[in-house]
Design a binder for this molecule. Sequence first.
Ligand code: UDP
Ligand code: MG
Length: 309
Amino acid sequence: MISVIVPLYNEEEVIEESYRRLTAVMQSLNEDYELILINDGSRDRTASLAAALCEKDRHVRLICFSRNFGHQIAITAGMDYAAGDAVVIIDADLQDPPELIPKMVEKWREGYHVVYGKRTRRQGETIFKKVTAKLFYRFLKRMTQVDIPTDTGDFRLIDRKVCDAMKKLGERNRYVRGLVSWVGFKQYALEYVRDERFAGETKYPLKKMLKLAMDGISSFSYKPLKLATLVGFVLSGLSFLYLLIVLIQKLCGFAMVRGWASILAVQLFFNGVMLIMLGIIGSYIGRIYEEAKGRPLYIVQEEIGFEDR
Ligand code: UDP
Ligand code: MG
């Protein structure tokens, strides 16, 4: 059996079309399948539309979160519930074409454990999103030892073994695409063109994008922490040089009263650097704090369609 995980947050405009195209594709494979819809605390009609789909199709199952927990957590819940020998993760908005799934399954049958979609081009997204995404993926690659592929989202097929391995990773601030790389196994990159959203707007405003980026970096690298040491050394070195200059000036008998502006500038600069470093350290401590609390990753309000398993 193949499980397909579809996270949904306010997707009333796309859910039905998405269901239609996914079903057409899955029917064409001669293998049993389940569609696991995760309603991530939507405020629109997504929940009732999804429940109606469960009602009429025995392949559809639904998990409703008690509130919005975020895309990455929704995918994680899907993996927890999935029973398939292979698990496909796909966005609800049809930006990742469902018609690619048969190709993924083919590669999986050839023996690959992870088949991920690599975007060669993105359509219908803002220049800002394209540029920031491109820069971010490359930046992340330089920051970490884990080989996280560039231009790759969560659209992928993973084998049961990978899914089980992922379930053992309990961390809260999840960057799922990185965790899949961390887990390892035989991976295959399937290139595709990312389509426009079928309808509606992106559910990833700048704030969520920044959080995802921070999670990606802090989960897989502690280089930002080392930055403090590096900047500290460089600035101390420069300060020492400046001190020498001042001493020499003094010894040579130059008048020393001027310099109010330079003192102020140096002060402000150092304070700024200090606060930035404190902020970086703070964001890591915040993450440690969240892990230490050990709360569950998500709260399920309702499950539909899992009884007959
Ligand atoms: N999503 C979610 N919870 C959120 C935000 C998004 O489950 O808090 C889902 C959303 O419904 C969609 C997928 O995650 O199926 C990707 O979101 P979106 O297409 O808005 O992101 P983009 O493609 O613009 O990066
Ligand atoms: Mg999208």
